[in-house]
Ligand binder design. Sequence first.
Ligand code: FRU
Length: 495
Amino acid sequence: VAIQSDLDFRPNFHFTPDSGWMNDPNGMFYLDGTYHLFFQHNPDDNVWGPMHWGHATSTDLITWEEQPIALEPDEHGTIFSGSAVVDHNNTSGLGDGNTPPVIAIFTYHDAEAADAGEDDFQTQGIAYSLDKGQTWTKYEQNPVLPNPGIKDFRDPKVNWYEEDQKWVMALAVQDHISFYSSPNLLEWERESDFGQNMGAHGGVWECPDLFRMTVEETGEEKWVLLVSINPGGPNGGSATQYFVGDFNGTTFTPDESLNKIGEEHDYWIDFGKDNYAGVTWSNIPETDGRDIFIGWMSNWQYANEVPTEQWRSTMTVPRNLKLKTDGDSYKIYSSPVKELDKYIVNTIEKREMQVSEGTAITTDSINLAKAHLTFDITNLEDKTYEFALLNSVGDTLKFGYDHNDKQFYVNRKNSGLTGFSETFTEKKSTATRTSKSENLPVEIILDKTSIELFYDNGETVMTEIFFPRRPFETLKVVGDDSFIIENVKINQLTL
Ligand code: FRU
């Protein structure tokens, strides 16, 4: 079977750069109707290399327009991950009195110093924009936060801490997060460290995000700390864990129920192999109030080898995060942003479907490279609820839920092009179901090369990429067990 050309793998509605390499989302902020997305970018090659900040904008988080490169390497180094804030009060003094300055805070990576064996090759710098994020000027006195002699010292995520009228930065420092604060984004002081004895430590900690959330059921305020880790994810390679607790402007204290979390825990934003380095948008208006997250839909295990040429890597669909409690502990729930709904052109609904091996859930008329599906499996029994995406050349992407051992899984072993890296199909990915409900709501987002599975209203999420030799044509039940699915909605998206 002939291999699809590179262009055929370009997603319909997930962001990819026009050309070149992309990894982490960076510096996302919202201002005056526009969502900005920056990203780790090597414009000159399709593999990781000298990092720039690429840039894209959107008015609805779904349709993106790529913009000129925002930040280029300079004498301090290449531009690693970081964040951006709107400095409404001009605390930085970098504004011109017209519009509030937007400040990007990023890591400078001095590759020459690293090659020379020095330890202090990562520092934090800033750049400012006086035209709402379109063009950027580097601050003359960079770096604003020098390196104390630690190799991994990067990925500043900054937020305004209203109570103390100061900025707070979460910074990844090898195996922990350091919090810094500043009145003006220019001078930074270390406040505290967190995490050496908490959470998973199978790899280096990267790309933190610290933000406030309101607990759905109780209305109480909690702080959430996202920490990406590579390797050491629950299914190998890269993944993002989180902690829920309190923050007093100085220290982050995890909730008691989290004190026991060790190498293996349930606090992952996503259990699939392909959601890394995700963080949230800043400056979302209070009237909106959402915590909107986007992740890089790949994994360092094979990101440089996936079979695309002109461009490499995709972002996840933007997701709305919610914090919920069952009385014992807190969990983050994710779901695709509601803006996706406005792209629905056609919906097939079925109240109740009796399904068994071979039953097609979708018909040929549905383009599974732009689809959004929801259904419920009610009254769970000790069965395997197994589904697969299939095409005419035998490629199969299996996923499902085994209620016998409470495992969700994705198996891309025969999903098409897989030979580019052993780690791509080494084993199926699994996630233990944490919900105790007898009913399992399932939400699925499909694009040409990705599946995003939101189980139990987003309590457990699995995101994985794949490269079928022909587009997937049907979604079928493939396991031995028969069962009923209810409230089936197959939404065709126009994108
Ligand atoms: C995470 C990461 C960051 C770093 C960036 C470099 O994927 O390793 O820690 O800033 O990528 O591109």
